[in-house]
Design a protein around this ligand. Sequence first.
Ligand code: FES
Ligand SMILES: [Fe+2]
Length: 375
Amino acid sequence: MDTPPRSVTAKVFDFPRNAWYAAAWDHEVSARTPLARTIAGVPMAMWRSTDGAVSVLADACWHRLAPLSMGTIHGDELQCPYHGLRYNPAGRCTSMPAQRTVNPSAAVPSFPVVERHRYVWVWPGDPDLADPDLVPDMHQMEHPDWAGDGLTIAAGCNYQLVLDNLMDLTHEEFVHSSSIGQDELSESEFEVTRDGDRRVTVSRWMRDIDPPPFWLKNMRDKFPGFSGKVDRWQIIHYEAPGTICIDVGVAKAGTGAPEGDRSQGVNGYVMNTITPESARTSHYFWAFMRNYRLDSQLITTQLREGVHGVFAEDEEMLVAQQRAIDANPDHAFYSLNIDAGGMWVRRILDEMLALEGRGNDADAAVTALRPAANG
Ligand code: FES
Ligand SMILES: [Fe+2]
């Protein structure tokens, strides 16, 4: 039998399993009804016990594989909707209504879980490797110096397409021309640095420019009546496998923001964490946090809705891109200078996959993605 043609895109779109992934906003997991969600290809059932702790089990009963997420919560236990087997948070069956004794092998996999930064994080891989210190840093989500809110996009594309989108913001000039885009984005220099095994930073400064509409509005929220030039920054912090927190803002031009004095500006953090659901779908959790006018619910809601509109433009592009990729499965990606940050992301993901014994085609993928010579 012929082997099917090798698909470069299929290879590079794989996801690590030994990693923390945001599975839900904290408020989505309740003690009333279990939540069904597929994380890194694994269907899971999650619930909150009456004491508040979150538990996550594989969403298929030991007995006949009925989805436990359709069941009911009893204290800290989950009861299967079909014949009533009950499971504790460790996945052990504790009661079988139709018989007195519980088969000692009756169990379903349970997954390590941590609640942090307003999200519930799960570890779909080897539980022995699940170190809570590896949960990505998104502290602005719950720090008193920051206020804001966000939403989830059920994105019909591979998670790496979203990561590419966020690692290179020159697309704003074309995709978001009415809100945050401006020509200076692709004209300005940027710097890419890798920090350790899991982090990459892309920094870009645009000095003495006109603020685009989104930033002019925010400057006027803090400095009523502001007009004039600004220094604008975008500092993109990636943390593997799927978290990108972008330090963004503008300050009155020439007031020292690039040197560290941001007092004459407005600063936000675009918090993004993207969780693969399947090879072609992802849970894209985002929030916009700011460090000024913290008490204004009006500004929180305006920013959330404003960013929601901007991200809808990305979503349309990403879904269309995924469709085109599916229609051209053997077409490699080519890279430009603007893709330097995204290239590091792929390299790190390749390294994580190799550690899991699934990175055998990394060389081919990296070759296909090697950037064009500097120009
Ligand atoms: S399928 Fe769950 S108890 Fe039968
Ligand atoms: Fe965008």
